[in-house]
Design a protein around this ligand. Structure first.
Ligand code: B12
Length: 214
C-alpha cells in the first residue's frame, strides 16, 4: 500500500512517464529518510508497481502506462543496485530463473541481493518448466529460486517440482513474486520448499539451505 505523499507522487510520476521526476523522488527519499537501497525499492518501487498493475486490471490505466512504469523502475533498480560480479567460489551456486513470464524485475533485485550476500548464481534467465527441469538435472544445484508474476506461471512451478520428485533430484525450490505475495498459501499448493515475500527473504532462504558465506 502506498503510504506517504512522496510514495503517491512517485506513482504519479511513473504513470505520467516522468522519468526524471520519478528518479529524483527516489534519490531524495533515500537522502531524507536514510533508507538502504533495498528498503527504497521495497517501500517505493514494489508498491507503486502493484498499485499500477491493479489499476490496469480495473481498466483505469493503459498497458502502455504499465510498460513505461516498468521501464522507468528498471532504470531506477539498475542505478540503485548496479550489477556486481561475484567470483564463483567452491560453494555450489544458486539457480535463479523466471518461469515462463516476461516480468524480470523481481529476479533482477533478488540477483543483486544474493550477489551482495556473496553467493554465486547460475542465471537461467526465462525458461519453461520443462527447460528448467532439464537444466537442474544437468547442473544439480542445491537450491533454485524461481520468480514469477503471473498466476499461470506460479501454477507451472508445480510441474517442475513434480518432475524433480520423479527423478529423485535433491534440489530445493524456493519461490517468490506477486502471486505468492498475494496468496500466502500458494507456495504450499505448488509444493515449493520455501517462499520469499521480499528480495531480502532470498538471503534468509540461501542461508537456511546453503549456510552463510564466510
Ligand atoms: C511492470 C509489469 C509488466 C511489464 C514487465 C516489465 C519487466 N521488465 O518486468 C510489462 C508491461 C512487460 C508487463 C506485461 C504483461 N503483464 Co504485467 N505487470 C507488471 C506489474 C505492474 C509490476 C510487476 C513488477 O515488476 N513488480 C515489481 C517487482 C520487483 O515485484 P516482484 O516481482 O513481486 O518482486 C519482489 C518480491 O516478490 C521478491 N521476489 C520476486 N521473485 C522472487 C523469488 C524469490 C525466490 C524470492 C525469495 C523473492 C522474490 O523480490 C522483489 C522485491 O521485493 C504487475 C503488477 C504486480 N502486482 O506485480 C503486472 C502483472 C504481473 N502483469 C499482468 C499481466 C496480465 C501482464 C500481461 C499478460 C498483459 C498483456 N495483456 O499483455 C503481460 C504478460 C507478459 C508476459 N508474458 O510475461 C498481471 C498478471 C495477472 C495474473 N493473475 O497472472 C499483473 C499482476 C497485473 C494485474 N494486476 O493484473 N507487465
Amino acid at each position: 500500500m502506498l503510504q506517504s505523499g512522496q510514495e503517491r507522487q512517485f506513482r504519479e510520476a511513473l504513470i505520467s512517464s516522468s522519468d526524471d521526476e520519478a528518479r529524483s523522488i527516489i534519490w531524495k527519499a533515500k537522502e531524507d529518510l536514510k533508507l538502504t537501497r533495498l528498503e527504497i525499492i521495497e517501500r517505493y518501487v514494489v508498491p507503486a508497481l502493484d498499485s499500477i498493475g491493479a489499476d490496469w486490471h480495473e481498466g483505469e490505466l493503459a498497458l502502455s502506462q504499465v510498460y513505461v512504469s516498468g521501464r522507468i523502475c528498471e532504470t531506477i533498480i539498475n542505478e540503485l543496485l548496479p550489477e556486481k560480479r561475484v567470483d564463483p567460489g567452491s560453494r555450489p551456486g544458486i539457480g535463479l530463473v523466471v518461469l515462463n513470464d516476461h516480468h524480470a524485475l523481481g529476479k533482477r533485485i533478488v540477483s543483486s541481493v544474493l550477489k551482495a550476500g556473496g553467493y554465486s548464481l547460475i542465471d537461467y534467465g526465462i525458461m519453461s518448466a520443462g527447460q528448467l527441469f532439464q537444466r537442474i538435472r544437468e547442473d544439480n544445484p542445491a537450491l533454485v529460486m524461481v520468480s514469477v508474476l503471473m498466476l499461470s506461471s506460479a501454477l507451472e512451478v508445480k510441474n517442475a517440482i513434480s518432475n524433480l520428485a520423479d527423478c529423485n533430484c535433491s534440489t530445493k525450490i524456493a519461490v517468490g513474486g506477486a502471486p505468492f505475495r498475494l496468496d500466502r498459501q500458494l507456495w504450499l499448493e505448488v509444493g515449493a520448499d520455501a517462499v520469499g515475500f521480499s528480495a531480502a527473504d532470498s538471503l534468509k532462504i540461501a542461508e537456511q539451505y546453503l549456510g552463510g558465506v564466510e
